[in-house]
Design a protein around this ligand. Structure first.
Ligand SMILES: Nc1ncnc2c1ncn2[C@@H]1O[C@H](COP(=O)(O)OP(=O)(O)OP(=O)(O)O)[C@@H](O)[C@H]1O
Ligand SMILES: [Mg+2]
Length: 185
């Protein structure tokens, strides 16, 4: 039994704070990690993904894929971010899952495949709930929802396996250090 915490909620007060949370995740993520993002239009999924990319050392600006469902970015050492946006697969799970087979989503989200990809890779998937049956057992699920004021978001993070629990523990440790007196902010 793991003694690492599996669930954590944080309120972000601005897009910059959501980005910073993503940045911290990106800095601590290991190849093979899958991060599943859930939240309505404008919830902040891409903002978080941009932070994750920067934390992985990727300098290219990450945007929501307009026509493609999958985008791939690499940092200077070859470590990759596979960015998937399942929005266009629609909200009928059976159809979305069937359509995702045409571009091999399940294989993309396989931990070993991500680890073995040239330089290793982390996968981030927006609108992950649309393809929930295809998410791996070990996954960091992040739900973003509106907060009390327009610039606030409630970010709830659930770690469903050992790799994700280690990442969540690292995130919590670093963010608590920032909040502590004498921390970075
Ligand atoms: N605390 C916050 N965190 C993240 N974004 C915020 C926050 N407060 C306000 N925003 C704004 O909300 C919007 C989030 O947009 P973003 O593209 O990241 O959302 P999304 O979830 O990816 O949407 P979509 O489903 O359309 O792809 C931005 O305009 C951003 O400035
Ligand atoms: Mg988006």
């Amino acid at each position: 039994m793991s003694i690492l915490p599996a669930l954590w909620t944080q309120i972000t007060a601005s897009p910059a704070q959501t980005y910073r949370l993503g940045y911290t995740l990106g800095r601590h993520a290991w190849p093979g990690q899958v991060i599943a993002l859930q939240g309505d239009l404008g919830a902040g999924k891409t903002t978080l993904t941009q932070g994750i990319a920067a934390g992985l050392g990727i300098r290219t600006r990450v945007t929501s894929p307009t026509f493609t469902l999958v985008n791939e970015y690499a940092n200077q050492s070859g470590l990759r971010l596979v960015h998937i946006d399942a929005y266009r697969l629609g909200d009928e799970t059976d159809r979305a899952v069937a359509e995702s087979a045409t571009f091999g989503l399940e294989e993309i989200l396989d931990k070993e495949a991500l680890e073995e990809m040239n330089g290793g890779a982390v996968a981030v998937i927006e609108w992950a709930e649309r393809v929930a049956p295809l998410l791996p057992d070990d996954c960091l699920l992040i739900a973003l929802s509106a907060g009390d004021d327009p610039d606030q978001r409630a970010v709830t993070i659930h770690a469903s396996g050992p790799l994700s629990q280690t990442l969540l523990a690292a995130l919590r440790a670093e963010m608590q250090a920032w909040d502590a007196p004498g921390g970075q902010e």
